[in-house]
Design a protein around this ligand. Sequence first.
Ligand code: NAI
Length: 710
Amino acid sequence: MSSVIYEKDHNNIVHLIFDKPNAAANLMDQEFTDAFVAAVEKLQIDDWAGVLLRSTKSTFFAGGNLDDLYATTHENAQVLYNMLSSLKGAMRTLETAGKPVVACINGAALGGGWELALSCHYRVALSQGVTLGLPEVTLGLLPGGGGVVKMSRLLGLQAALPFLTEGRQFKPEEGQTLGLINEIVETPQQLIDAAVTWIKANPKTQQPYDVKGYKVPGGTPSHPSLAKMLPIAPAMMREKTKGTLPAPESILCVMVESLQVDLDSALRIETRYFVELVCSQVAKNLIGTFWYQLNEIKAGVSRPQGFASAKVTKVGILGAGMMGAGIAYSSACKGIEVVLKDVSLEHAHRGKAYSQSLLDKKVQKQQLSSEQRDVTLGRILATENTSDLAGCDLIIEAVFEDRDLKARVTKEAESQLAPGAIFATNTSTLPITGLAQAAERPANFIGLHFFSPVDKMPLVEIITGKETSSETLAKAYDYVLQIGKTPIVVNDSRGFFTSRVFATFALEGIAMLGEGIPAAAIENAAFLSGFPVGPLAVTDEVSITLMEKIRNQTIKDMQTVGELYVLHPSDPVVDRMLEANRCGKLAKAGFYEYPANKKKHLWSGLKEIFGGVAAFELQDLKDRLLYIMAIETARCMEENVLTSVRDANIGSVMGIGMPVWTGGVLQFINQIGLPAFVTRAAELAHQYGERYVVPSILQDMAKEGRTFKD
Ligand code: NAI
């Protein structure tokens, strides 16, 4: 049994058939490399008219073996370097043999799969079920099997950029427009027929870039038009990554360097950059979190076992405001019937109109036909009648953040629920166990915390109350996956996990302002750390008034249980802003000014109120924002609000803007090392206050030499 089967047909065409034994997909690992190299060696002494690459799996070929890449360090990197060198050498031998080589692409060809296809002279793909591209950058890597070199030569540097530095994937049709796919067919048999026909018609072939005089589209880096753009390209990339992600930078380096040398040297340059990236901490962070941990979430590791997988066919949504309208859209797009209820038909229709506008945009962009739009819209019933909720498998409440109102609508809607159906609240702050008291069946009551804007944000935080049953959790988990979002599961607490940790970030930025640190420095420290938005801008988004409301609610809640509220240094800043009538973005006056038709800018009044001339260390500002989130997350672990490392990591990046390069909030601690983290936190505590005192879980882990693992 071999990963590559060598078969010759009656046309004297050799079929190299990818068929990794005992595996669902073909992988680019040592076993494959050995088999592929052996097959190419055999070709060199055999007589053949052409070669056809095809797969026995449902996909053409998956990429590199991430287990191997994850385990590669500087100490054992030579093994990977050697493997890639011999694999690329064999690919090169095949494409320079002078005889036709064709890829029969029957399914996804991503990463290494697309690189194998690129080493063919002709590429035929099935019209359906095929996705192509080089997504390596999303895991902190670069395409190391010739992908960067060949895409740059075939498309030209500028056109290849999004496919390499952003990992943009494409379908066969687009591939054909780009000149990367030569033929599209309907059936697997037609794949082979087309390949054979082409081989017979083209007995002698060369790759375009091997033909003497080949001109790279747009020219090489020394071409005047490209030379003009190249000095700006790294700056444009920095603008996006803030220098926190090494992979896109390395890819750009390989693109530019490789276009100035012969192909073999180019491939060697690519391998060197690749191996360096594989060993980098950022790649480990990204693979660990966005491959292993995310796959575990998708596979339902946090879903209680023993309950048949549930499918929602009809969902009721109470409140057609910003959140309700978004949840309705996300559900309808996945084929679920939606009852969107508000206090009046007019309100409900306004909520439905949101879906109409999003779908219209898709029709305009030709991502959807107008018939498909109408079918999706037809699934949403806008109503003011509670009785329309009858027969819903799930009802999600998204009315105003008001305990009494939520209790009322819960009671009203529950009467319409079928016995096995569940009720969810989209509250962002109110503890679930308390809200569940209004429910007749608190075991069927759960929190489904969506993020705004719902159609774009991939995360849903599922919150279990004290009485929520495992079956309810299983059903809620299935629904989140059904609508194509990523669920994390947390236990009940004020602010749950995401809102609680998000607040520490926003409040820390506000506190810095109170210390007299220039507002621009605070926002820039966040950007330079890799946060998508600064703490002041994001507070304006959620509104400064809301910050005050949450604080007041917290004080009230703490008083009821006899706890004392400790003043946060951000509190006086919030109060001063509200006194100055600066409530946030909605009021067009917050930390920022929002002039009509112009870009927002920091409000000049901040200087008058808070000074903004204090000296500061940039590294301190950056550390403070990252550490405060990490420490609060560790507290959530200690208090059992969070029960898994993966939920913390995925939730923090997908929900609340923790920088991608960190691999998530607990992986941030892991990579610093627990002892070093605790030491630095102690320094920050000494300088900035007790909120940096780490919980004992971190002290203990540091002493015991442990890291956060699931
Ligand atoms: P919103 O103010 O946009 O919408 C609330 C809607 O509820 C309004 O359309 C209102 O007419 C409707 N409503 C009021 N009483 C009702 C009743 N008795 N029956 C049916 N509908 C009724 O509020 P938004 O922003 O959509 O928030 C809704 C919930 O989602 C709140 O609990 C909020 O805390 C939570 N949330 C909000 C997020 C945000 O970013 N805005 C994020 C995550 C959760």
